[in-house]
Design a protein around this ligand. Structure first.
Ligand code: ATP
Ligand code: MG
Length: 453
């Protein structure tokens, strides 16, 4: 069949293979044929574009170096013109940077040359599964919000769900990092496999190796039976390393090895076991800074941080507050079997002004309290306590100058300004105070007043 015939043929092929080397094209076509898949092939960017626009495919596989351009162009073209189509790239051995660039542009996976048939078959099976199994939504909790940043985040999540690259989710506490990790898992080809979240800050350092990799009976005091590790438990699915910055350095080395080798050795075992997991991680901390400070290993950082998703704090997207509040109120009402309560205009307006250091979780807690306090079906300004911790904080001895301080500290703009600066200085109070043009005592006073010490 000529290219022209193919373009006009009504029979859709499954896979489009783009490579300028005839041998490689044939090899790939043959192995796909054995999987029962029909292929079209193209030898250049121009040919591929024409075929992509003319016919429907279930998967596209492209070489990087083509006579009239490169594979990255095609990845971009597909993202804009055929966004649902999974695309994988074939890169020269050792050019991992190119592979990463492709993943960032939206490719779902990559193969290195020489192409191994086993890897090829796995990749293809994954790609086709991800299309067929991906549910319309995660089934679990959705990522709600109508701000532009959130819409972009949702798009990124969908794209990242299709590929297998490690993703580091960075955001303040309560911004939805775990919701996002679960979405990436449940929208991708591993959705039917397990999602195993692990709070790296909550495991005692002595038990960490056994928790992650498992152990053999009798390998240490207390090891009464063989135990499976988290890696094995997540096999075929996703391991979510929450609070990853809290990993002790010694454990970071072992984790890096497991991720690189795709194998783990249970404590007390002689051999290694192969594991197939996708790694997602999250932290509220700035990992790059921890690397600079020597508190996080750079090699592990590069491994887990191939792609970073930044989750903006709620105060940077107040447009999301009404949607989130409505859903939270509906959920609370459903739980109690009553009609959802409404927020008064004044209450909503003041929520939109609140800086929410605890982000969406704080909003949830605040609304739950408000529902408990509120008598009618409308939550008013009086029902939402915007400084819930204030009552718990012992008041400071007052000096006259503090009355002036009080007035300044009461303004929301001020709070936002202070919180931003603290974020920027990673909560280095002296540095923040300098930047804000106040004394350390003044800054402390404000934080104390806001219940944030
Ligand atoms: N965009 C969102 N849509 C719906 N619910 C959200 C959203 N963001 C956060 N939530 C809810 O807020 C709460 C906190 O979210 P999550 O646990 O994912 O945050 P986190 O970033 O992991 O926080 P932490 O750092 O404290 O662990 C959860 O109940 C979650 O369902
Ligand atoms: Mg979390």
């Amino acid at each position: 069949m000529t290219q022209e015939d193919r373009r006009n043929s009504p029979v859709a092929a499954d896979v489009l293979v783009i490579d300028d080397e005839e041998d490689i094209r044939e090899l790939i076509e043959l192995s796909l044929l054995r999987m029962g898949l029909a292929c079209d092939s193209a030898g250049s960017v121009a040919e591929a574009r024409a075929l992509l626009d003319a016919r429907r495919y279930r998967l596209c596989l492209t070489d990087m170096r083509l006579p009239d351009g490169d594979g990255l162009e095609l990845v971009e073209f597909i993202q804009t013109r055929h966004p649902g189509l999974p695309v994988a790239v074939i890169t020269a051995f050792g050019s991992i940077e190119t592979a990463i660039r492709a993943l960032k542009l939206g490719a779902f996976d990559f193969l290195t040359k020489p192409v191994e048939l086993k890897g090829l078959r796995e990749l293809v099976a994954n790609a086709l599964r991800s299309r067929e199994d991906a549910p319309a939504d995660s089934g679990g909790r959705q990522l709600l919000g109508c701000s532009t940043v959130l819409a972009q985040l949702r798009q990124q999540i969908e794209r990242l769900a299709r590929n297998q690259a490690p993703v580091f989710i960075h955001g303040e506490s309560g911004t939805g990092k775990e919701v996002i990790a679960r979405l990436i898992h449940s929208l991708g080809p591993r959705a039917k496999g397990p999602f195993v979240p692990v709070n790296c800050g909550a495991i005692s350092p002595e038990l960490m190796e056994s928790e992650f990799f498992g152990h053999k009976k009798g390998s240490f005091t207390g090891a009464a039976t063989d135990k499976q590790g988290l890696f094995q438990a997540a096999s075929g699915g996703t391991l979510f390393l929450d609070e990853v910055a809290e990993l002790p350095l010694a454990m970071q080395v072992k984790l890096l090895r497991a991720i690189q080798e795709r194998a783990v050795r249970p404590v007390g075992a002689h051999g290694e076991e192969a594991v197939d997991v996708r790694i997602l991680s999250a932290s509220h901390r700035d990992l790059a800074q921890l690397v600079a400070d020597g508190r996080f290993r750079q090699d592990l950082f590069f491994r887990i941080n191939v792609i970073t998703l930044r989750v903006p704090p709620l105060r940077e997207r107040p447009e999301d507050i009404p949607v989130l509040a409505a859903h939270i109120l509906a959920r609370l009402a459903e739980r109690e079997g009553v009609a959802p309560r409404r927020l008064s205009a004044a209450a909503l307006a003041s929520l939109r002004q609140h800086p929410f250091p605890g982000n969406v979780r704080e909003l949830e807690n605040m609304l739950e309290r408000a529902c408990a306090l509120c008598e009618g079906d409308e939550i008013g300004l009086a029902d939402i306590e915007l400084h819930p911790t204030e009552g718990l904080v012992r008041p400071l001895p007052r000096h006259d100058s503090e009355a002036v301080e009080d007035a300044a500290a009461d303004s929301d703009d001020e709070r936002i300004r202070v919180l931003r600066t603290l974020d920027e200085t990673r909560w280095n109070r002296s540095a923040a105070a300098r930047r804000l043009g106040m004394t350390l005592r003044q800054l402390r006073y404000r934080l104390h007043k806001w219940g944030m010490e």
